[in-house]
Design a protein around this ligand. Structure first.
Ligand code: FAD
Length: 456
């Protein structure tokens, strides 16, 4: 087993296959991604990150960036790659007067949400508390407050980033604005972010929980349209999935397709109760646990279980009967496992940002659907990758584009689907300027315009 090399200037811990902690350190969140990196560079400083980046550039190594380890495509690990593990870069520094915070990339969504709530503030993250801000933010960040406060990148004020030349830079709309634009949606293609500066938005108690209804074409469309027309305070993430045996739901419904309307109201409670009453009228309610709670409780304690899964996605403007039929048919014909289609209702604050303001270019889209196959880690991934990809293709005539953070596939065609053509062209130009040799390629790779420059 090989030992780790010496990296000039690196003061963190290099975990090599010969180290006892390697078997644990190599694991990412997705059990489907069972890779063996050359070594893992664990660090808690930006200087160490710069040292690893310089060394990788000089030695021609492939770098994988890991913050929270939740990459759907498994990009925070890989056979033979050098993983920069930023879990220890997990500091949070609040500036109460400015209602902002500097956060390290290793900070998890739930941890930040809890700390910010004590100050009456929140940032819109995703649906899962264990996701790292390091990877969530450059993907865009679509979650519980997306209609009230926009994507996570809409609260991003600045970032500190180690670029491919090994320099640590501070970027914002005033300093290197092109690079700052690219970081807001372009993924990990432009460098390793060592700190993000986020604006806090006011938050208090919310109404949150799940309404379960039968999944029919009318009910699905009714819920999504109501969610889109509602005030920004309402964000819905309804998903279609078979109803498992559960005490709360009559046995006659078990095994049928359900619409699980994950719901968040983050506005005045009385107005929220009226909106929820209208939502409850859309279809028969099989289960309802929506209740008032402090905002951080949208992130329950993690189970600690690792599962294997893959996914794809597509933006839709209308979920009509044809779309619903496709969803129903694909779920019925899925390989075994827990398979589901999660809708995200967009619009609201996220939709009022100009499409070219950030590298997330889908501001005008009304809905996003996330197609997920969850399966046993012992099974081969290929059948599930094929199923989610085929699912997306079946919907392609009714929608377009894809959300990069939900894409398990990373071939050039899949990456191109994640960006409108003008956005992708601009990203490729920015890549040519900041990373002409494509050091940061182990991700949904945005190749430099004109091709990769010869190594210097
Ligand atoms: C269970 C689950 C639920 C999810 N729900 C949502 C959701 O609701 N909304 C949503 O928007 N996304 C969601 N995601 C997707 C998630 O945002 C992305 O997978 C994100 O990249 C994970 O970040 P991470 O730091 O945990 O992952 P990692 O695996 O550590 O990183 C993933 C990638 O992000 C980039 N990256 C990571 N850290 C940095 C850094 N410091 N600097 C630059 N680039 C970096 C790299 O390209 C890296 O390969 C979910 C993922 C999972 C697994």
């Amino acid at each position: 087993m090989s030992a780790a090399p010496r990296i000039p200037g690196f003061t963190g811990r290099l975990v090599a296959p010969s180290d006892s902690e390697y078997e644990l350190a190599r694991l990412a969140n997705n059990a489907a991604c069972d890779a063996r990196p050359a070594f893992i560079a664990k660090t808690g400083t930006a200087e160490d990150v710069a040292a690893v980046v310089r060394w990788a550039r000089e030695t021609g190594q492939t770098l994988a960036i890991r913050s929270g380890g939740h990459s759907v495509a498994g990009h925070s690990t890989g056979d033979g790659v050098i993983v920069i593990d930023l879990a220890a870069l997990d500091g949070i520094e609040f500036d109460d007067a400015a209602a902002t915070a500097w956060v390290g990339p290793g900070v998890r969504a739930a941890a930040f949400t809890k700390a910010a709530y004590e100050r009456g503030g929140a940032v819109s993250f995703g649906d899962t508390g264990t996701v790292g801000l390091g990877g969530l933010i450059p993907g865009g960040g679509i979650g519980w407050l997306v209609r009230k406060y926009g994507l996570t990148i809409d609260s991003l004020l600045a970032a500190e980033i180690v670029t491919a030349d090994g320099e640590l830079r501070s970027v914002s709309t005033d300093r290197d604005p092109d690079l700052f634009w690219a970081v807001r949606g372009g993924g990990g293609n432009f460098g390793v972010v060592t700190r993000y500066r986020l604006a806090l938005n006011p938050i208090g108690e919310v109404l949150h929980g799940t309404l379960l209804m039968p999944a029919t074409a009318d009910i699905v469309r009714g819920v999504l349209e109501l969610g889109h027309a509602a005030p920004d305070d309402l964000t819905l993430m309804p998903y279609v999935m078979a109803i498992p045996p559960m005490d709360e739901v009559p046995a006659s419904e078990h095994g049928r397709l359900g619409l699980w309307v994950d719901t968040l109201w983050a506005g005045p409670p009385d107005a929220g109760r009226d909106v929820l009453a209208a939502l409850r009228e859309v279809g028969p309610i099989l289960m309802d646990d929506v209740a008032a709670k402090p905002y951080p409780q949208v992130y329950p304690e993690p189970s600690g279980n690792r599962s294997a899964w893959t996914s794809s996605s597509i933006f839709l403007d209308d979920v009509d009967a044809n779309v619903f039929e496709t969803v129903r048919d694909k779920l019925a014909k899925a390989p075994t496992g827990a398979n589901l289609a999660i809708f995200r209702v967009l619009g609201g604050a996220a939709g009022r940002v100009a499409s070219d303001a950030t590298a997330y270019g889908w501001r005008d889209r009304r809905f996003l659907v996330w197609l997920i196959a969850d399966y046993a880690a012992t099974e081969a991934r290929a059948a599930y990758d094929a199923w989610v990809s085929d699912f997306r293709s079946a919907l392609a005539g009714r929608g377009s584009g894809a959300f990069v953070s939900f894409m398990g596939a990373d071939d050039p065609e899949s990456v191109a689907a994640c960006y409108p053509p003008d956005t992708l062209a601009r990203l490729r130009e920015i890549k040519r300027h900041w990373d002409p040799n494509n050091l940061f390629r182990h991700n949904h790779d945005i190749a430099p315009a004109g091709g990769v420059a010869p190594t210097d």
